[in-house]
Design a protein around this ligand. Structure first.
Ligand SMILES: [Cu+2]
Length: 391
């Protein structure tokens, strides 16, 4: 609503300025004034220097952006393939940065140098094969190199050896949250289908499937350091994207199909909390939080909790109103801690059976008092000689 109001005000303001310039022009009628449609030397000079002004703006904004937002980059990668991924990105960024820095200067300088002047004539210059060859072949070589390097990195990251000892974990996306399922001892996920979702079986696991018998559902994801984890992603409703930025991992979750991504975590949550980059980030966030807390306390509200670092699984597809909050905590444990954490988690099959039994018991309990009630009603009816039917 506020933005609509702001846009309306801006539109009205521009119309007002436009009308005022028209009125101003009308008041100048008859005065001696240069109003030719052809640019004069003065016009050309102004345009030429404006080009330089724009170049200065581009560079100042670029340097400002580097200092202001540069520290927001993700920092130390926490997965085995993370450094390869970062190298590819930094090399691509460095090339883009260098090329744009050079071409911007050339573009703006030549626009200034060859600005219009009264006695200057344009030179007719048909073509130059040598020049065209140079400015075609250099980008071709650089881009081909970059693409090949990208393809090589991509296949390395995405390749999962079927015989390799990997731990299979399912990530299930839905508006607006995540659930995870461990494949259990057999390391094979049981079949699942959205039509089987019922009660505690929120992921629609087929509890009659032999592979599903040892599957475990959790709402907080733990993974062991140094073990390759193969994530199988599903979605219940629309396209989501499983995004684990610290591990440099992202994969779309598409309804009706299973997608996958595998990586090996290299730093436990505790180790990552000791990382100088993360310490600096956490300090910065807590500085912002304490300023906000002081404000909240002044307003008589409760202050914010201090922030501690945790790995996160986020959704990276704008999937609806609460998309921003679609996240799940990830904890990287040492292998021993992970085993301890997992060992007392119950299976989905067990939870479904327990729910069924509880429902059954509830039904029986509900049935018993109803029978007693019927008997009472019958008694009342005979005593008062009235028919009392199920009030
Ligand atoms: Cu989402």
């Amino acid at each position: 609503m506020t933005s609509l109001l702001v846009i309306t005000v801006l539109v009205l303001l521009s119309i007002a300025i436009w009308q005022m310039t028209k009125i101003f022009d009308l008041t100048q009628v008859g005065a001696s004034k240069e109003d030719s449609q052809i640019a004069t030397d003065n016009d050309n000079n102004v345009q030429g220097y404006l080009m330089f002004g724009f170049l200065a703006f581009l560079y100042i904004f670029m340097i400002y952006g580097l200092f202001k937002w540069g520290p927001l980059v993700l920092g130390t990668p926490a997965s085995e393939h993370g450094p390869d991924y970062d190298n590819l990105m930094y090399i691509s960024l460095a090339i883009i940065f260098l090329v744009q820095a050079i071409t911007q200067v050339l573009l703006h300088y030549f626009a200034f140098k060859y600005r219009g002047a009264k006695d200057k004539k344009a030179l007719y210059y048909a073509d130059n094969d040598k020049l065209e060859f140079i400015w075609t072949i250099i980008p071709v070589v650089v881009l081909a190199g970059l693409i090949l390097y990208g393809l090589y990195t991509w296949t390395n990251i995405m390749f999962v050896d079927e015989d390799e000892d990997v731990m299979v974990v399912e990530l299930y996306a839905k508006q607006f949250g995540w659930e995870a399922r461990y494949a259990g001892k057999d390391n094979v996920l049981g079949k699942a289908n959205v039509r089987l979702i019922e009660g505690v079986n929120t992921m629609g696991v087929d509890i009659n499937d032999p592979n599903a018998q040892d599957d475990i559902a959790v709402s907080e994801l733990h993974i062991p350091k140094g073990k390759k984890v193969l994530f199988k992603m599903r979605s219940q409703d629309i396209i989501h994207s499983a995004y684990m930025p610290h591990f440099r991992a992202q994969m779309n979750c598409v309804p009706g199909m299973v997608t996958q991504f595998a990586f090996t975590p290299t730093l436990t949550t505790d180790e990552m909390r000791q990382d100088p980059n993360i310490i600096a980030k956490v300090d910065n966030i807590n500085k912002i939080r304490s300023a906000k807390s002081a404000q909240l306390v002044a307003e008589g509200k409760s202050p914010l909790d201090p922030y501690t670092f945790d790995y996160l699984l986020l959704c990276n597809k704008i999937c609806g109103a609460s998309h921003y909050n679609m996240q799940m905590k990830i904890v990287v444990d040492t292998p021993q801690e992970f085993q301890n954490w997992l060992k007392d988690k119950g299976t989905i099959v067990k939870a479904v059976k327990e729910e069924k039994a509880a429902k059954e018991a509830e039904k029986n309990a509900a049935k018993a008092p109803t029978q007693a009630k019927v008997a009472d009603t019958a008694l009342v009816a005979t005593a008062d000689d009235k028919v009392v039917v199920n009030k």
